[in-house]
Design a protein around this ligand. Structure first.
Ligand code: F6R
Length: 609
């Protein structure tokens, strides 16, 4: 949700900024803009569309020289996708340029005050208001002006600011949106994500909320918006360059689908003690005594992470026998939730930055819950604001459609549920055999990935259809929801996922001749019931694509197409059943000619509520 890169150092920075912002394009890609200071003047170039358009524009005008600069890729919040609304935004008094990720909630009030003082605005954005405010408060020191302006605003921001009157200075700040300062040799690269920094330095400083950093080529000073000095540790970025490169894959989504076995092996590494049937989760150790007393689990997430949380609910009830709920973090946050004593809230998130989930986490903590994180991005806001947690360790996820993070989330939730279960009533044999099965999941996913051509052929058969249903029961009802979400978000085909039983309560009216209905029909407690639902669809002319357990040849009588997954205990089946659905969505998007990694209107990390 908007990406920022900024530089101060000794070299011309345009290419470095462009290279960096391309790595952050997953955060938003409706427009982009770059500014540098050269000979005491700020020059700004902006373009609608991808960073490539900005690059073309820069090339056609001979580029922007300068050793201080900033660049931005936008996911529109205030104002349409136009060049005027693209960042950087400038003030009309001092010569200031600002890039911003987040939302200034009181921008309208501030704008009115600034208009009364004679400022003229050329965009509809909240960011331009911030640029004007900094300019208005400028009294010869950019750092103080930024601090003063940020004391006036409410909302979320990660910003980078430059000023013509202080050409060697870059000021950056954050509250609620991520920002880090990469520390190089005589140069500093500020970015929303380490991916834009790692090819230059692996040393970085993570900013906390309300931090303001004044940076020159010779060093930096960190303070709060109230100018209280802050000391920060420069730390090693846990990121390898090859993890963020596409390699031989055509799209990040495909790379990440195929990376799932490796990713899960990493998730599991060092965390199983099969002999004692124990899951070793260092991130829970400090709170083990409180956790074992848990009487209720509240799982929170959005989108794909919510689907993982929904599976988590089944896992906690089945394996740990703890009452559990899962819900949209955005709804939990605003519905006056009741948090009883010994409630554990679990925030499930790939990015660790999702505003809805973060707000729900704060709410749960304020009401006395112990907060756990099931998060991928190390050091993210949620990771820092939870009391304890377990990282996914699936590596950076760049494709906007979440795939490997989903299986990582489900796997980690399985391990946490087993961690609880083993401390309550599960014996070493129960957990031991489940751990053994869990450990084999990566190999089984590898086998499913081998059916890629078949999945493509099946998808091709239905590619003209505009409406699809995804149906499952029990553990695989959330998997069905996830299959539908994957299909709609990248192929723009309308898809609905729901419990298979729910279909006859209304949605069955949608079924017409040839409508594809994807059933997750693996062997399990409700297999027979799913078979009945399949018959109901067929009786109305729908075409059934079944995800079924290997060896189930009988299902071929009822389904037009069958995609097999290996046999596993039912509680582990979502980890396999989701894979063909991810592959189907991928092929559908490619067959329809869409940009798989940058679906329209979306951004990877949703940092607004
Ligand atoms: C869908 C997708 C989104 C995210 C959701 C939460 O493919 O990626 O639905 O799952 O925005 O994001 P995180 O997991 O970063 O909190």
């Amino acid at each position: 949700m908007c990406g920022i890169v900024a530089y101060v150092g000794k070299k011309n920075c345009q290419n470095l900024l462009i290279e960096g912002i391309k790595r952050l394009e997953y955060r938003g890609y409706d427009s982009a803009g770059l500014a540098t200071i050269h000979n005491g003047k700020i020059r700004i170039v902006r373009a609608v569309g991808r960073v490539a358009n900005l690059e073309d524009k820069l090339e056609s005008m001979g580029g922007l020289p300068g050793t201080v600069g900033l660049v931005h890729t936008r996911w529109a919040t205030h104002g349409g996708v136009t060049e005027f609304n693209a960042h950087p935004h400038a003030d009309d008094k001092v010569g200031i340029a600002v890039v911003h990720n987040g939302i200034i909630e009181n921008y309208a009030t501030i704008k009115t005050l600034l208009e009364e003082k004679g400022h003229k605005f050329s965009s509809q954005t909240d960011t331009e208001v911030l640029a004007m405010l900094i300019g208005e408060l400028y009294e010869g020191d950019l750092e103080s002006a930024v601090q003063a302006a940020l004391r006036e605003v409410t909302g979320a921001y990660a910003i980078a600011v430059i000023c013509e009157k202080e050409p060697g200075v870059l000021v950056v700040a954050r509250k609620g949106s991520p920002l880090m300062v990469g520390v190089g040799n005589g140069e500093y690269i500020v970015a929303s994500d380490g991916a834009a920094i790692i090819s230059h330095t692996s040393q970085a400083m993570m900013l906390d909320d309300y931090n303001v950093v004044k940076i020159t080529a010779d060093g930096f000073r960190t303070s709060t918006i109230h100018n209280v000095p802050v000391t920060h540790k420069v730390q090693q970025l846990e990121l390898e360059l090859d993890e963020i490169e596409l390699g031989s894959f055509q799209h990040y989504m495909r790379k990440e689908i195929f990376e799932q076995p490796k990713a899960l092996r990493n998730t599991f590494r060092g965390r199983f003690n099969a002999e004692e049937g124990k899951v070793i989760l260092g991130g829970l150790a400090d709170h083990a005594k409180e956790l074992v007393k848990a009487k209720r689990i509240a799982l929170l997430g959005q989108g794909t992470a919510l689907h993982a949380a929904m599976i988590g609910r089944y896992l906690f009830e089945d394996l740990a026998k703890i009452p559990a709920t899962s819900e949209f973090a955005s709804e939990f946050r605003y519905r006056n939730p009741i948090i009883e004593e010994n409630t554990v809230a679990i925030a499930v998130s790939q990015s660790g930055e999702t505003a809805d989930t973060l707000a729900a986490l704060h709410e749960a903590k304020d009401r006395g819950a112990l907060a756990l994180g099931v998060i991928n991005v190390v050091g993210s806001t949620m990771a820092r604001e939870t009391d304890a947690g377990v990282y996914l360790r699936v590596g950076p996820e760049i494709g906007v459609a979440s795939t490997k993070a989903f299986v990582g989330q489900v796997a980690v939730l399985t391990m946490i549920a087993m961690w609880f279960g083993r401390r309550r009533f599960m014996g070493a044999n129960d957990t031991g055999s489940l751990l053994h099965q869990l450990n084999q999941i990566p190999d089984k996913i590898e086998k499913i990935l081998g059916y890629d051509d078949l999945v493509k052929k099946v998808t091709e058969r239905y590619i003209e259809r505009e409406n699809w249903l995804f149906l499952g029961r029990g553990y695989n009802y959330p998997t069905a929801m996830e299959g539908a979400l994957k299909l709609k978000e990248i192929s723009y085909i309308h898809a609905e996922g729901m419990p298979a039983a729910e279909m006859k309560h209304g949605p069955i009216a949608l079924i017409n001749e040839g409508m594809p209905a994807v059933f997750i029909a693996n062997q399990g407690k409700q297999y027979e019931k799913v078979m009945s639902n399949i018959q109901e669809v067929r009786a109305r002319g729908g075409h059934v694509i079944a995800v079924a357990t290997e060896g189930d040849t009988a299902i071929k009588r009822y389904a037009e197409d069958v995609l097999y997954i290996p046999d596993v205990p039912e509680c582990l089946s979502p980890l396999l059943a989701v894979v063909p659905l991810q592959m189907m969505a991928y092929h559908a998007a490619v067959l329809r000619g869409h940009d798989v990694d940058k679906p329209r209107n979306l951004a990877k990390s949703v940092t607004v509520e």
